[in-house]
Design a protein around this ligand. Sequence first.
Ligand code: UD1
Length: 419
Amino acid sequence: MNQLLITGGDRLDGEVRISGAKNATLPILAASLLADSPLAITNVPHLDDVTITLTLLRSMGVEVTVGDHLALEVNSSTIREFIAPYELVRTMRASILVLGPLVARFGRADVSLPGGCAIGARPVDLHLRGLEAMGATIEVENGYIHARTKRLKGARILMSPVSVTGTENLMMAACLAAGETRIENAAREPEVVDLARCLSAMGAHIEGAGTDMLHIEGVDSLHGANHAVLPDRIESATYLVAGALTGGRVKIKNTCPDMLGAVLIKLQEAGGTIRSNGNWVEIDMQGRRPQSVSIRTAPYPEFPTDMQAQFTTLNAVAEGAGTITETVFENRFMHVQELVRMGADIHLEGNTAFIRGVGKLTGAPVMATDLRASASLVLAGLVAEGETRVDRIYHIDRGYECIEEKLAQLGARIHRIAS
Ligand code: UD1
């Protein structure tokens, strides 16, 4: 198993190019199942979650052609199976995204029920209830969701709580349903908007993407299109935090500053000078230690839960004390114990972490538990005294393209070793 070995203490300085967004790529790949001709996708990040999704699509008989820079062409006209097996869904919960498209286009889907995961129970009840409201028959048996229908019909659906993949699954299904679907309290994440853009290019009729009310007028068929995936806002924000906690200067390119509002406000509060224009953002700490900030996670446009762990690390080395309250997932503080092993002063009370910044963290062997938790440990390694060895980095390879190369480009001493 691979590990990342990091020698801390260097101030990061430089520029880094941001990859396409994982959380937009996965639903867009699932959307290819809706089209009766090939969907061409560019700006696809080379990540394990993308590879798993392609394996899943291929296992159904879908043809995937990989071109230069991982430009993909996905042709679902060759599909012969409508099954997402346990072995694949177990490794990636987002596999549930094939459910809506399969039922909508082929009238049947057998998708393994995702289990719990490191960050909480994460049910899929909203996905199932929404499809039922559209007329699908759903049975859950032997760990599988069996969904059947002749043709879905438009429905009025309320998402409560607001769910990102839930909104995406139902929006995709509604595109081929007969009549109009309204999704109330829809997720407003930029990745939902990117999916809607792609679906519209495929011939779908969607209004309201980016608001909490989606109107979808179903059509009889969708066709292929060309789509460039939007930049990854979580990867963007993670590199900005890397700049902030090392007192450095980091410029991220090929990104979208508008998607980063809540994070940029907190980085400014932490003492960073932020400059941005068009498709780049720069943070400059001018050698200063960051100030503690207090954060409460919530659905977009508020502070993203996927940046919570990284800001926990920022606070761990900042001046002063701050609180981090997690409201989206119930068990997303697995990184805290590992940070404490590196010398952080954090105590947890319910869904809030109370963090008092310490002058220094010390390097240690630590274990990654989920994707964003791993990022927080890598960030801690960048500022810790001595050497940090991050184990189980397969989590990080699910969501950060070339993380060690990108950090090394900014001046970090980091490399991958086989344990
Ligand atoms: C997506 C993102 C993930 C991010 C999360 C929240 C992808 C592939 N993943 O995950 O990176 O952390 O949004 O921004 O885009 N819930 C229910 N019933 C459901 C569905 C969700 O109760 O049927 C609850 C969940 O337990 C959670 C909350 O809703 O408490 C939000 O989860 P959701 O938005 O669905 O997260 P994901 O879409 O799985």
